[in-house]
Design a protein around this ligand. Structure first.
Ligand SMILES: [Mn+2]
Length: 443
């Protein structure tokens, strides 16, 4: 919780902002993440649910937060209590005391008291905000308890109990807040991106034909750890040769051949904020002429997308700008024939470019926030952070690919902050210029 950039005051400000939006007479209930079993009695490493973390800064599983705007104690945490036996095995918990002292809860209870405490806190509340349909056992217990509470109030209505007037999903509201990054959040993202840059640079310096994809992954991860990032934001994609045409390839077990391109799509996590950067490099330090021709198209498409990124532009304008350059490139590479508008309309590019150019970036690598608002492309505003990541993929089995392009998959991805005056490419310092990449790997 004692983050370098995002501190207790910011978490409190987020809760205040949400409670202002909810208004008096309402309550919102949020459930933390749960432990999940990997195998035998071994769990996956726990990482907090992003929305729960956004509102509380609390990083332990099995907790519930209740926000009640206007109440005497507006912020309640239910947490796993401190347990001396448990502490010996897995370390201490914040407990009920820590929930108040460290995390700023106005009151806190052991999670075991959930069934009694929830209806107590919801008495008289007219608007209830809770996301239905969550699958973790604790969330299902919360949902059941809420439904029982609402049912009891309906039954009691004749005898004068206040019935609940509204049940709403708080997610769109919180997602709207998460979409606009504060200066502290931008600092955390910047740090995550800088650490990622150090890793990618180390990987470029260390890669040699004959190594395995997972060895390059190890260079990335070792650098992130030594730079102080305790986790990756998502499993690294390290894909050699035709594996680069598999968009979310994470097996990372193949051997890197001489002449292969190596695609690295990776991001360190800093205070739970994730970077997301992709670089595609020749493993032996020299692009072939075919690889370089495709690379130049993707790089130009990315530049066009980044140039479009500014306040007032639509989220999809970035994609459309990049797409036009990709399609012109596909024509120049003799993969497609025809005029650009016709090829866009027919979606003739889809065998070679199937994904979107951008997504929001933040606590989640594909971060919260709508891409369309009121049927229209979301307008970019200062403080939004998005990736710009066009690619071209010529999978060996795709029809209509000239032989010299088969097996080439290239994506170039940067993380871009929308600013008052335009944009700042936060990952600009990580080399993507093909000559610079050749100099680094060859040098
Ligand atoms: Mn991405």
């Amino acid at each position: 919780m004692a983050g370098t950039f995002v501190g207790p005051r910011e978490f409190a400000a987020r809760r205040r902002r949400l409670m202002q939006a909810l208004g008096p007479g309402s309550a919102a209930v949020f459930v933390a993440g749960s432990d999940s079993r990997r195998n035998g009695d071994v769990d996956h490493p726990f990482r907090q649910d992003s929305t729960f973390f956004y509102l509380t800064g609390f990083e332990e599983p099995e907790a519930v937060a209740v926000l009640r705007p206007g109440a005497k104690q507006p912020f309640t945490l239910l947490v796993r209590p401190h347990d001396p036996v448990q502490a010996v095995w897995v370390g201490p918990r914040a407990g009920v005391e820590g929930a108040c002292a460290t995390y700023g809860a106005d009151q806190a209870f052991p999670i075991e008291e959930l069934d009694e405490r929830l209806p107590e806190m919801l008495r008289g509340v007219k608007e209830l905000h809770y996301s239905m349909g969550q699958t973790a056992p604790l969330a299902q217990r919360v949902e059941r308890r809420l439904i029982e509470h609402v049912a009891a109030r309906r039954e009691g209505a004749q005898r004068g109990a206040t019935p609940l007037e509204t049940w709403r999903d708080p997610e769109p509201l919180v997602d709207g807040l998460r979409l606009l990054k504060s200066p502290a959040e931008v600092k955390a993202l910047r740090k995550a991106i800088d650490v990622t840059g150090a890793g990618i640079l180390a990987a470029m310096c260390g890669v040699r034909p004959g190594m395995h994809e997972y060895e390059v992954q190890a260079i990335l991860e070792a650098t992130y750890r030594s730079e102080g990032a305790v986790r990756d934001g998502f499993p690294a994609i390290v894909a050699t040769g035709a594996n680069s045409c598999t968009l979310h390839y994470t097996a990372n077990r193949a051997r890197i051949a001489d002449g292969d391109l190596l695609l690295m799509d990776t991001g360190a996590e800093w205070e739970l904020y994730s970077a997301d950067v992709t670089r595609t490099v020749p493993a032996n330090g020299r692009f072939t002429s075919a690889q370089r021709a495709v690379y130049d198209v993707v790089l130009a498409a990315q530049a066009a997308g980044i140039a479009k990124t500014r306040p007032g532009a639509g989220f999809h304008d970035v994609h459309n700008a990049a797409l036009r350059v990709l399609i012109q490139g596909l024509v120049d590479l003799k993969v497609l024939r025809g005029d650009i508008d016709g090829l866009i309309e027919k979606e003739a590019y889809r065998p070679f470019f199937v994904h979107g150019t951008s997504h929001w970036l933040g606590l989640d690598v594909h971060d919260a926030g709508p891409y369309r608002t009121g049927g229209k492309s979301t307008r970019l505003e200062p403080g939004m952070v998005l990736t710009v990541e066009p690619g071209l993929y010529f999978a060996p089995e795709t029809k209509g690919v000239p032989a010299r392009l088969k097996g080439i998959g290239i994506r170039i991805e940067d993380d871009v902050l929308v600013t008052e005056r335009g944009r700042e490419n936060l990952s600009e310092g990580i080399p993507s210029d093909p000559d610079a990449i050749e100099a680094i790997i060859g040098g």
